[in-house]
Write a protein that binds this ligand. Structure first.
Ligand code: SF4
Length: 531
């Protein structure tokens, strides 16, 4: 038996390879990025395809195509990426999934590197898609392999819900025997991939039938374990709640009855058995109160159910051994004192020294001096740090691509001048479509595409197209060539860049400025490789 020390993300990737993966698609996003990085580096020698895509929706649709062809496919993203692919994802539950389709979604409770801490289990329940939720790297590996089997058995996509602490920590993982890839076997279900109203109705009814089978599978799943001890309090754990509960369980006066849930939909019979055997229930789950809310619907008013909704368990941020200990009404563990000199002073995140975005922001700020009604919208990426001092240059960060549409709306509402700043990769992800709206209306705004030739924030994945293709791209979309300008964000170009931005905000229509200089970190990596 082979045993390897792997990150949670790597364990998932290795499991997919060992399960006979043929095609993997993703969009980078912390904490999911390492899954695809691992697969891309392993793809050549293992005979499967793995690649970054323009956004999570295109990634999801490409994985659907591979599944239709009978091949096993994986799609990876962070939790907010599932929103971007929600149309494809929710509809895909109605399809006749052919080759196993596993959707790795990495949640970020505590928002270490995200704009919210939404819980993928909630969107999965909405779409009626089964979910595996591992609590260890070994479970990541085992569950991923099982997820492919479940996907093919029931003909549905299956989610592997990761969270930051699992994705980004390492442990020893026992690998099991490698399975060969599926042969090419195009789906013979002619209506299973066709969501016309008539066929969608049939497929929807079929999904509701499958849902009953998911419930049966959940009752039998080895990842949904029930132990009744006769205690008055029963505990239900989900995800990492299991680890933190076990860390404290030895200090409880007695062993508590407990149900752990690692496969969803929740095993309702096991829940009822626990409920009938205790006087009250405490739910400890990582993320939203997904189990807790379902319990309230399932069991109705009666015995008390404690958890996030009544404040027994913390509602925001991550679970920790200490806050779970408090939820169990255990006294805090004694802890040693720390010398003031040993305390690490928190450092706010900052753009790297020499980052091209800093020079662009400096020029934008200079160009907007004297304009009290100005607005600078921005987006998701390293340049989000332009919100913080010393730059304090941007005023909005909402979701991938929002800067362009928001600038349009604000300009049409009467603000002037309005500048949208968006990274090259984010522009391709979901800024382009809003630019078409701006072009159609010749909106009085200036869009600055921060072209640093990389997806800097997630570790330097390549932008989908080279710098040289952005100018023809925006020209091809229909931007007036006279108002497509290029600047080089360098300190010595500050005055020139400021003048160009001033000129374009003075143009009472749409302008696009390409701010082109490679990310310092990517440039360093490239230099190291070519040495
Ligand atoms: S990684 Fe690149 S883009 Fe991001 S802050 Fe550093 S230099 Fe700027």
């Amino acid at each position: 038996m082979i045993e390897r020390v792997l990150l949670g993300d790597e364990a998932l990737a290795q499991a997919a390879v060992d399960a006979g993966l043929s095609c993997a698609y993703g969009y980078p996003g912390t904490p999911s990025t390492e899954v695809m990085e691992y697969l891309i580096s392993a793809s050549g020698e293992n005979g499967f395809k793995a690649m970054w895509c323009t956004n999570e929706k295109t990634a999801y649709e490409e994985a659907l195509g591979a599944s239709l062809a009978g091949k096993r496919a994986l799609v990876t993203m962070k939790h907010v990426g599932l929103n971007a692919s929600a149309d494809a994802f929710v509809n895909s539950a109605l399809l006749s999934v052919n080759g196993g389709l596993v959707v790795c979604v990495a949640d970020d409770p505590g928002m270490h590197s995200s704009q919210n801490e939404q819980d993928t289990r909630a969107l999965a329940a909405f779409a009626k898609v089964p979910v595996f939720e591992p609590v260890s790297q070994q479970e990541v590996y085992d569950m991923t392999r099982e997820a492919f089997e479940v996907s093919e058995r029931f003909g549905v996509p299956v989610i592997l819900r990761m969270v930051t602490r699992i994705a980004h920590s390492r442990a020893s993982v026992r690998l099991s025997e490698k399975r060969p890839q599926n042969g090419l076997n195009k789906s013979s279900d002619k209506t299973g991939w066709m969501l016309l109203p008539a066929t969608a109705k049939r497929n929807w009814a079929r999904l509701l039938e499958k849902e009953k089978q998911f419930h049966s599978y959940s009752e039998e799943s080895k990842y949904n374990t029930l132990k009744l001890t006769g205690s008055k309090i029963g505990v239900i754990t989900g995800g990492l709640g299991d680890n933190y509960f076990r860390e404290n369980a030895g200090d409880l006066p007695q062993e508590l009855s407990r149900l752990h849930i690692g496969f969803y939909p929740i095993p309702t019979d096991k829940v009822r058995r626990l409920y009938e055997s205790v006087d009250e229930i405490l739910v400890i789950e990582e993320g939203y109160p997904v189990i807790e809310e379902q319990l309230r619907g399932l069991l109705g008013p009666g015995k008390p159910i404690h958890g996030k909704l009544d404040g027994t368990v913390v509602r925001t941020g991550e679970l920790t051994p200490d806050n779970v200990r408090a939820a169990l009404a255990l006294p805090p563990r004694p802890c040693g004192s720390v010398n003031a000199s040993d305390v690490i002073v928190p450092r706010p995140p900052a753009l790297c020294k020499g980052c091209p975005h800093a020079d662009t922001f400096a020029a934008v700020k200079a160009a907007l001096t004297g304009h009290p009604q100005s607005l600078v919208t921005s987006d998701i990426g390293c340049y989000s740090l332009g919100a913080l001092p010393p730059h304090s240059a941007i005023e909005t960060i909402v979701c991938m691509g929002a800067s362009v549409g928001m600038a349009k709306g604000a300009a049409e509402a009467g603000l002037y001048p309005v500048v949208a700043t968006i990274g090259d990769s984010t522009f391709l992800h979901s800024g382009m479509t809003a630019l078409i709206d701006c072009i159609q209306n010749n909106t009085d705004m200036t869009l600055i595409i921060l072209d640093n030739s990389t997806v800097g924030m997630t570790g330097g994945q390549p932008t989908m197209i080279p710098s040289s293709r952005f100018e023809p791209l925006v020209r091809g979309l229909g931007v007036d060539p006279e108002h497509i300008r290029t600047i080089v964000p360098l300190p010595q170009q500050h005055d020139k860049n400021t003048a160009i931005i001033k000129e374009e905000i003075g143009h009472r229509g749409l302008s696009v400025i390409l701010a082109v200089r490679e990310c310092i970190e990517t440039a360093k990596r490239r230099a190291r490789k070519t040495k």
